[in-house]
Design a protein around this ligand. Sequence first.
Ligand code: AHG
Length: 295
Amino acid sequence: MATTVNPPNASDADSVDEIVRAVASLAPEIRACLPGRRVERGETNPSGETQLAADAHADDLLLEEIGAIDDVVEYASEERESVLDVGDGTGLSVGVDPLDGSSNLKPNNTMGTIVAVYDAPLPASGRDLVAAAYVLYGPITTMAVARDGHVTEYVVDDGTLEAVREEVELPADPLVYGFGGRVPDWTDEFAEYAREVESDERMKLRYGGAMIGDINQVLTYGGVFAYPTLESAPEGKLRLQFEGNPIGYIIECAGGRSSDGERSLLAVEPTDLHQRVPLYVGNEGLIDRLESALA
Ligand code: AHG
């Protein structure tokens, strides 16, 4: 299902280039600062989650670089209560999850940085995205960038953008699945869907505790990732502005589908900067079946 992407105007395209380069240039520095910042800050973010020093430091670095770009007028992140005005007049609004999966820092597992570029004030609809990207701090530091309906993967180990995969698309034959939340907390409908996926002998469980690592598995091997509605949390765990919209945009640009259980994540009405949303993304057939199972 093709994503209806906003064709950015020429100045937006140049500004998106600047934002992508800025995030790539910070990747080595964010990664280098991780070892010394595994410690908790004794504070929580607006979603009530314990903040690590690494979360706050990454956020400060990203604000400084992205906020200095002329056409960027708003900056918001999972770590900050409200939207920051960083420019005058109309322009682009950037939403960031500075360190997705920071609870993986202690066990030295993958983490990521997620960036959403909207051409509307925040909180904005996913339909207002003109680009989305994530950095994956894995054995290699890579960056997936979705814009103009296409996804490109870059190596950004040294802070520069080296394209290694163009026109990235989900493989037609899915191989992996990853489902968040505690199994006893899943709804019966989702549990039934999960059992059906698990019963497919081609499918292998890949769940690492940092969405970006799991999403990159889906982008590489095809499959489905979900952080579903839970009995204890009907809106799930992940944030629409900083995770749902950008990841939905990237997967849809790669030929897959996204859903909140009923509709594309990009069609979810924005009501609050830190609103949560159930998140299901992956191959079209798997998401179609998911929506049927939850109907
Ligand atoms: P955090 O950044 O607080 O570690 O949360 C990460 C998010 C997302 O990246 C991941 O898929 C999910 O939370 C993991 O949640 P669980 O710990 O509940 O599995």
